[in-house]
Design a protein around this ligand. Structure first.
Ligand code: ADP
Length: 236
């Protein structure tokens, strides 16, 4: 078989000419982007350029005012709120800068939570949470409240929680933004390493070139537009 005959995988997640405004402030203008299964993509660009808004549109948290978002070839932006919530719970995982853990709950509770919300049985949910805590060498902390953890520990718990449902895509918004550079690098290495083992796609918003260096590819957002050599047809 020649290289030309190899099948080219279609995009797993795609934004097509997406526009989104906050009142009169345009945040995205005709933003287009695509990511294939298993790819690790960094979204870079100056503060206020629209990176977070783009990530939220791709994840079905915001619906765009114009354009389309497709997941696995099907429109995501036209789904009902309930269907989009279900998709987020079953197919997507999230690692944000802070705030995604419930501080009053323990580490094990936080990691089991997405499975419990998906109506997995308690025993199964906690067994799977424990597997992930072990994998991330967090098992010593399983009974601690997440409000008492260091920033780096909290982000490792957040990674376990994002991956416990075996999502197709993990969305990370400045996941190392609140960490010192060494801890941030370790958190990023962990996220990327686990994603590769699991075949999970990762879309990471960052302004840190070292974080972006962990990715397979990067795009730049400027003034609400995406520079993506693949989507623009320059590269295939
Ligand atoms: P980035 O993630 O690149 O910093 P954002 O997507 O957060 O950019 O913001 C893009 C633009 O939208 C900015 O001009 C920002 O001020 C504006 N914006 C973001 N969130 C809101 C909001 N909730 N209300 C009004 N304007 C917002």
């Amino acid at each position: 078989m020649t290289v030309d005959a190899l099948p080219v995988p279609g995009p797993l997640l795609e934004a097509r000419s997406v526009g989104r405004s906050y009142g009169r402030t345009p945040a995205l203008r005709e933003a287009s982007l695509s990511v294939t299964a298993g790819e690790i993509l960094a979204i870079m660009g100056p503060s206020g350029s629209g990176k977070s808004t783009l990530l939220h549109c791709l994840a079905g948290i915001f619906t765009p005012d114009a354009g389309e978002v497709r997941f696995d070839g099907r429109r995501l932006d036209t789904l009902s709120d309930a269907r989009r919530s279900e998709l987020r719970r079953t197919a997507f995982g999230f690692v944000f800068q802070f705030g995604q853990l419930v501080p009053e709950l323990t580490v094990a509770d936080n990691v089991a939570l997405p499975l419990l919300l998906g109506r997995a049985g308690r025993r199964r949910a906690y067994r799977r949470a424990d597997d992930w805590l072990e994998r991330l060498e967090l098992d010593g902390l399983r009974g601690r409240r997440t409000g008492e953890l260091s920033g780096g520990q909290a982000q490792r718990v957040a990674i376990a929680r994002a991956l416990v449902t075996r999502p197709k895509v993990v969305f990370a918004d400045e996941p190392t933004g609140a960490l010192d550079s060494l801890t941030g690098e370790k958190v990023m290495e962990l996220l990327v390493g686990l994603a590769r083992q699991e075949g999970t796609t990762v879309i990471v918003v960052t302004h840190d070139a070292r974080v972006a260096a962990c990715a397979d590819r990067e795009v730049i957002v400027r003034d609400g537009r995406v520079t993506d050599p693949y989507a623009s047809g320059v590269l295939r």
